[in-house]
Design a protein around this ligand. Structure first.
Ligand code: NAP
Ligand code: F7E
Length: 322
C-alpha cells in the first residue's frame, strides 16, 4: 500500500487531500504540531478523524520531520503546513518566514537526507504575484509579493525549483489561487462573511465589519483543488502549475451572493472598518489554469455561487446547533 505524508493536515486543505488519498487506497499520515488543545474538527467534519495516523512534529524542527518521514515511509509528501493568514504575516513576520519559508527547506532537506525517490508537492500561492505584472497570471508571470507571507512562499518556490534541479528530486509547485470551503478558517474573508450571514439571519449578530471590499480574487473550491495536487505527483516529470478558476470577483460581489442566499441585502449590514485594511494590498488576482487543464486534465467543477451557498448552508447548520 502506498503511503503519503501530509503536513498541515489539520488545516483546510489537509483533510480534503487526506480524504482523496484514502479513497485512492493510500495509507495517510499527517504531521501535526503540538497545540494545547487538539485541532481535529476539520478531520471530524469530513469523517476521517480515525482513518489517518497523526505524527507529532513541526515544520521549524528538521529532526521531527526526518522522524516523521522515517516512520511513515511515504511515496509522496505534500507540504501544506504554513502560517497562511496574510494579515498575520505582518504581525509575526519572522514566524511566518520560519514556518512558511524555511519550513519548505526543512522538508526538502529531510527528503534529501532520507529518500530522494520521494515525490514532493509544495503548496504555493497566487500571493507571490502580489502587485500583478500581467492582468492574467500564469506560470510565466513575474512575481512581486506584497506581504511577508508572499515573500516567504517565494523563497519556498525557488528552493523547490533548486532542489529539483540540484538533486533531480521529483518536486512540484502548485501555485494555487484562493480556495475556500465550509472548513475554511473563520478569519479568511469568505468564511467570515458566510458565518456572519448565518448569525445575522438567525438574529445572533447585527453587522459585518470588513476592510477593502473592492479587492478582487479568483476563488475556487478546496475540494476541487486538492485533486490538482495529487495529479501533479502522478505525472512523468515534475513541474509547476497554476491552479485557478479563470474568473475574478470582488469581496463585495461575494458578500452579495452570500446575503442574497438567505434573502438579505448586504448593504444593510456591512460596515467598513479601517482595522481590516492591510499595509500593502493585493488588489486583484486572476489566474490562467490552461496548463493544468492541458497537462493534468484538471478543471474546476464548482462555481463561486455554488461554493458560497454551500458555505452559508454549513454555517447556518453550525450556528443553529450552538
Ligand atoms: P490553513 O488552513 O491555514 O492550514 C495550515 C496548516 O499548517 C494547519 O494544519 C496548521 O496547524 C499547520 N501549521 C502551521 N504552522 C505549522 C508548523 N510550524 N509546523 C507544522 N504545521 C504547521 O491553510 P490551508 O488553507 O489549508 O492552505 C494549505 C496550504 O496552501 C498552506 O501552505 C497555504 O499557505 C497554501 N495556500 C492556501 C490557499 C488557500 O486559498 N487556502 C491558496 C494558496 C496557497 P495548526 O492548525 O495546528 O496551526
Ligand atoms: O482576503 C480582503 C483582503 O484573508 C481576501 C490565503 O489562503 O489566499 C488567502 O489570502 C481579500 C483581501 O485571503 C476583509 O484585504 C476585506 O484583499 O480571505 P483573505 P487572502 O489574503 O487573499 C491566498 C491565495 C493564500 O495563499 C493565503 O494563504 O479580502 N478583505 N475585508 C478581508 N480579508 C479578511 N481576511 N478579513 C476582512 O475583514
Amino acid at each position: 500500500m502506498k503511503s503519503a505524508l501530509i503536513t498541515g493536515i489539520t488545516g483546510q486543505d489537509g483533510p480534503y487531500l487526506a480524504r482523496l488519498l484514502l479513497d485512492k487506497g493510500y495509507k495517510v499520515y499527517g504531521l501535526v504540531a503540538r497545540r494545547s488543545t487538539p485541532n481535529n474538527w476539520r478531520l471530524k467534519f469530513l469523517g476521517i478523524e480515525n482513518k489517518v495516523e497523526l505524527i507529532e512534529g513541526d515544520l521549524t524542527d528538521l529532526a521531527s520531520i526526518i522522524r516523521a518521514i522515517k516512520k511513515s515511509n511515504p511515496a509522496e509528501v505534500y507540504n501544506l503546513g504554513a502560517q497562511s493568514f496574510v494579515a498575520t504575516s505582518w504581525e509575526q513576520p519572522i514566524l511566518t518566514a520560519q514556518s512558511t519559508g524555511v519550513g519548505v527547506l526543512n522538508v526538502l532537506e529531510a527528503i534529501r537526507l532520507t529518500d530522494l525517490s520521494i515525490r514532493f508537492y509544495q503548496a504555493l500561492t497566487s500571493e507571490m504575484f502580489g502587485l500583478i505584472q500581467e492582468s492574467i497570471q500564469s506560470e510565466k508571470t513575474p512575481f512581486y509579493p506584497r506581504s511577508p507571507y508572499g515573500v516567504s512562499k517565494l523563497f519556498g518556490h525557488w528552493m523547490t525549483i533548486n532542489y529539483r534541479e540540484s538533486f533531480s528530486m521529483f518536486a512540484c509547485s502548485g501555485i494555487l489561487f484562493n480556495h475556500e470551503s465550509p472548513i475554511r478558517g473563520i478569519e479568511f474573508v469568505t468564511r467570515k462573511v458566510t458565518d456572519a450571514v448565518a448569525r445575522i439571519k438567525l438574529g445572533k449578530q447585527n453587522e459585518l465589519r470588513l476592510g477593502n471590499i473592492d479587492a478582487k480574487r479568483d476563488w475556487g473550491f478546496a475540494g476541487d483543488y486538492v485533486e490538482a495536487m495529487w495529479l501533479m505527483l502522478q505525472q512523468s516529470e515534475p513541474d509547476d502549475y497554476v491552479v485557478a478558476t479563470g474568473r475574478t470577483a470582488t469581496v463585495r460581489d461575494m458578500c452579495q451572493i452570500a446575503f442574497e442566499h438567505v434573502s438579505l441585502n448586504y448593504e444593510e449590514y456591512l460596515v467598513i472598518d479601517e482595522k481590516f485594511y492591510r499595509p500593502t494590498e493585493v488588489e486583484v488576482l486572476l489566474g490562467n489554469p490552461a496548463k493544468a487543464k492541458e497537462k493534468l486534465g484538471w478543471v474546476p467543477k464548482t462555481s463561486l455561487e455554488e461554493l458560497i451557498k454551500s458555505m452559508v448552508d454549513a454555517d447556518l447548520a453550525r450556528v443553529k446547533k450552538e
